[in-house]
Design a protein around this ligand. Structure first.
Ligand SMILES: C[S@@+](CC[C@H](N)C(=O)[O-])C[C@H]1O[C@@H](n2cnc3c(N)ncnc32)[C@H](O)[C@@H]1O
Length: 270
């Protein structure tokens, strides 16, 4: 496993372990498991056949590396890129524990500079999960990702916070009707884990950004539609498999996906 240099830090440096702990909660697991299951449906054909180890993937803003390492376990060569050294330390351990260090390159760098970091057409799969929410110029990242996709069979998976989900969360979880109403049109929300603001997306705004980056959207999914609002008598851990199964069914139905906590879009070069 190779480690290359530079970039900034911020909340993801000091709170990396808080984020890693969140990913172990039923909500965090659901987000990872659902977005990975959705991704499986759109991986390039080789990933489901024999030639998986010829594929290269990039995980932009990889965090703990949980999702990227799943691709390494499928046999892909994966570059885990993050601007937080603390996150990369955790990602390194994730790769070690999964026994895939030879498949993984850790790269310290800024997602807004993909064009300087990677050659055109380098990757068959690019993940950009829960990163655009924290950036001033998300389209710059999408343009860089578009340029780094290998060809029209390569796939970009983008996962972002869905504004409609913030309306439901404020009303149902917090019982705060004023915030719920405000969230109907809010462009930014409050990050409950680390504090600070987080960009909120709508399906239209994400699709417009992908289009501005010259990418064609091929599918959209919702991630976590109901799980956040289940009554407390339902054990999130004991009933995890059933909740996951139900969420998988809701994920691809547009009427439910529209109000999920996260929106996942799959896009290709046109
Ligand atoms: C909410 S976490 C998501 C991590 C991971 N993608 C996941 O889905 O679990 C956001 C990650 O993006 C990284 N990040 C934020 N801004 C970045 C930037 N400009 N360049 C690279 N990584 C960045 C943070 O350090 C953090 O690890």
């Amino acid at each position: 496993m190779k480690m290359t240099a530079n970039a900034d830090s911020g909340r993801f440096q000091s709170d990396a372990h808080k984020y890693a702990a969140y990913l172990e909660t039923p909500e965090g697991r659901l987000r990872s498991d659902l977005s990975s299951a959705n991704l499986q449906d759109f991986l390039p054909l080789q990933a489901t056949l024999q030639a998986k180890d010829s594929l290269c993937a990039l995980d932009v803003g990889c965090g703990t590396g949980a999702t990227g390492v799943r691709l390494a376990r499928l046999g892909m060569h994966v570059t885990l890129l993050d601007s937080s050294p603390a996150m990369l330390d955790i990602a390194k351990r994730t790769a070690q524990e999964a026994g895939v260090t030879e498949k993984v390159v850790l790269q310290h760098g800024d997602a807004t500079r993909l064009t300087n970091l990677f050659q055109t057409g380098s990757f068959d799969v690019i993940l950009c999960h829960n990163v655009l929410e924290y950036l001033d110029d998300p389209i710059a990242v999408l343009r860089g990702a578009a340029r780094a996709l290998r060809d029209s069979s390569a796939i970009l998976s983008v996962l972002v916070r869905n504004r409609a989900g913030e309306v439901f969360k404020a009303a149902i979880q917090a019982g705060d009707l004023a915030v719920a109403e405000n969230n109907l049109t809010a462009e930014w929300g409050e990050e409950s884990l680390y504090g600070g603001r987080v960009r909120l997306f709508t399906s239209d705004s994400l699709q417009a950004m992908l289009k501005a980056a010259s990418l064609a959207v091929i599918a959209e999914r919702g991630v976590r539609v109901l799980a956040d609002y289940l009554p407390s008598r339902i054990s999130r851990s004991a009933e995890y498999a059933r909740i996951l199964e139900l969420e998988r069914k809701l994920s691809s139905r547009p009427e439910y996906a529209a109000v999920a906590r996260y929106t996942q879009c799959f896009a290709r070069l046109p």
